[in-house]
Design a protein around this ligand. Structure first.
Ligand SMILES: [Zn+2]
Length: 269
């Protein structure tokens, strides 16, 4: 049993499976991951394994700054590689709280964002994990960071032969980074087959109604609203317009002229 730390939420399926760590706020002003945690964690149902969701640099998050005293993402390396002054920092101490969770995990996703306005989302990982990075909502994958910038979370995992991955989601405060952070969490967990993704449905439309004179729906119909065979959809002049089969309606709209498209009927296949 690991020592409990602040900024940690555990989602545990209670079933055997992978243990994954997901970190947000390694840099405190990179808020997209922090926002994503609030959206994802309360609704997350795992089919197996467990996830450690960790807010990285708690002090920097509170101040909405990149760091408090030092860069947390340079601390995940051996003590012998860190100077004495840096060891006095909050970030050093925080990294030592987080490390046991990384040691206990087989894969890590660390969520970042960028200061640059038009920042292109990309993933950071070492070469063996490129295929995993491809599931993330990015089009660019950068390798080689472990050597260039030692002490990152992903490099720490890599040094143990485990999956370590950072995603740069886009500009700090943008719809793009908010979206990518959430997508990254779901796609990463889906890679390990730990979640049920929303079911995608396929539909076939088989009928289009064109007005004889005009068309007035009996009510407002939502797109893909289910409808039963024989039920009333609306009136064309004074003639009833009925559903021909069980299925759904789509694009139902009032029309006041002949030969206009008034709705579609379809069914899920
Ligand atoms: Zn960052």
């Amino acid at each position: 049993m690991l020592k409990s730390i602040s900024g940690l939420k555990i989602v545990d399926s209670q079933k055997p499976g992978p243990t994954i760590t997901i970190i947000a706020g390694t840099h405190g002003d990179e808020v997209c991951g922090i926002k994503a945690f609030k959206k994802v964690i309360p609704n997350l149902k795992l089919k197996k394994g467990k996830v450690y969701f960790i807010l990285g640099n708690l002090k920097a998050i509170k101040l909405n700054k990149r760091q408090y005293q030092s860069n947390l993402n340079r601390m995940y390396k051996d003590d012998s590689l860190i100077d004495e002054k840096t060891k006095q920092s909050y970030e050093y101490q925080r990294s030592r709280e987080i490390m046991p969770y990384l040691n206990d995990s087989e894969a890590l996703l660390d969520i970042h964002s960028a200061m640059i306005k038009d920042s292109i989302p990309f993933a950071i990982c070492e070469k063996p994990f490129i295929d995993i990075a491809k599931v993330l909502p990015i089009k660019t994958i950068a390798t080689g960071f472990t050597a260039m910038e030692p002490g990152g979370t992903d490099g720490y995992m890599f040094s143990q032969g485990k999956v370590g991955m950072c995603i740069e989601c886009g500009n700090h405060v943008s719809d793009l980074s908010d979206y990518n952070a959430i997508e990254a969490i779901y796609s990463f967990l889906n890679y390990f087959d730990m979640i049920y993704l929303p079911i995608q449905k396929t539909a076939n439309v088989y009928f289009i109604y064109k007005t004889k004179n005009n068309f007035k729906p009996i009510k407002y119909f939502k797109d893909f609203e289910p409808i039963e065979k024989g039920s009333l959809i609306g009136y064309d002049g004074d003639k009833k317009v009925l559903a021909q089969k069980n299925g759904f309606v789509l694009f139902v709209i009032s029309r006041n002229k002949p030969d206009k498209e008034a709705f579609l009927l379809g069914e899920f296949i």
